[in-house]
Design a protein around this ligand. Structure first.
Ligand SMILES: N[C@@H](CCC(=O)N[C@@H](CS)C(=O)NCC(=O)O)C(=O)O
Length: 201
C-alpha cells in the first residue's frame, strides 16, 4: 500500500492520477506544504511525498517514474530509446512549461509577501510559456498522445500541467494542444482524482 502526502490540488494530483491509472492501492493524507506530517519525512517540507515501504520519495516526477518502472506500465524499459525520448518530454515539460507557471505561483502565494514581484515576472513567464506551447505543438503534431499511439507517464505530466495552466489563466486550450489536453484529461483515472478531491473540499 502506497501512502501519498499532499493536497490533490497540487503536484500530488499527478501522482494520484498515476496511481489511479495503475489501479494501485494507496492512501492519501491531503495535507498542505509544511504540514508536520510532511516536514517529518521531507527536509524541504514540500508536497507531494510518497512512502513506498521503507522508501520516501520527494519529487513528483521521481514518483511517477518509480511507479511506472515498478508496475511496468505507462513507461518503457529502462535504457530503451523510447524511455529516453519519454524522459526528454517529461523534463521539457517540467523545465519549459512548469517553470513559468511555478514562477507566477511563487510570486502570487508562495514567497513571503515582501519578496513577491508578480507584475515584474509575469511578462517573461507568459513569453516563456508561449514558446513552450509552440514547441509542444511541434512535438505533438497530429499524434493522439505525446509518444504516439500509447498513453504514457509523459501524458500525465503534460495533462496535469494543462490543468494548472488553465487554472492560472495561461491557457493551453486551443487548437491541437487544446484537443490533446481534453483527450488526456477526460480519462477515467483523472476524473476519479478530481471527484475525490472535490469530495474533500
Ligand atoms: N519538484 C517538486 C516540487 C514540489 C513543490 O514545490 N511542491 C509545492 C506544492 S505543488 C510545495 O510544496 N510548495 C511549498 C513551498 O514551495 O514552500 C515536485 O515535483 O514534487
Amino acid at each position: 500500500m502506497y501512502k501519498l502526502l499532499g493536497n490533490p490540488k497540487t503536484r500530488a494530483g499527478r501522482v494520484l492520477w498515476m496511481l489511479e491509472e495503475l489501479g494501485a492501492e494507496y492512501e492519501v493524507n491531503p495535507c498542505n506544504p509544511h504540514d508536520p506530517a510532511v516536514a517529518a519525512i521531507n527536509p524541504t517540507g514540500k508536497i507531494p511525498a510518497l512512502i513506498d515501504g521503507d522508501t520516501v520519495i520527494f519529487d513528483s516526477i521521481a514518483m511517477l517514474l518509480h511507479l511506472g518502472d515498478k508496475h511496468q506500465k505507462l513507461t518503457y524499459p529502462v535504457g530503451s530509446a523510447e524511455r529516453a525520448k519519454m524522459m526528454s518530454v517529461i523534463f521539457f515539460a517540467t523545465d519549459a512549461i512548469e517553470q513559468p507557471l511555478w514562477t507566477v505561483a511563487k510570486h502570487s502565494f508562495v514567497y513571503p509577501e515582501d519578496v513577491r514581484a508578480l507584475e515584474a515576472v509575469r511578462p517573461a513567464a507568459r513569453h516563456e510559456f508561449g514558446k513552450a506551447m509552440e514547441a509542444l505543438d511541434k512535438m505533438l503534431g497530429d499524434q493522439e498522445f505525446i509518444m504516439g499511439d500509447e498513453f504514457t507517464t509523459a501524458d500525465i505530466v503534460l495533462g496535469h500541467l494543462g490543468g494548472w495552466a488553465k487554472g492560472s489563466g495561461f491557457g493551453a486550450d486551443d487548437g491541437r494542444i487544446g484537443a490533446y489536453m481534453s483527450r488526456v484529461r477526460s480519462r477515467p483515472a483523472w476524473k476519479a482524482v478530481l471527484k475525490a478531491a472535490a469530495g474533500k473540499t
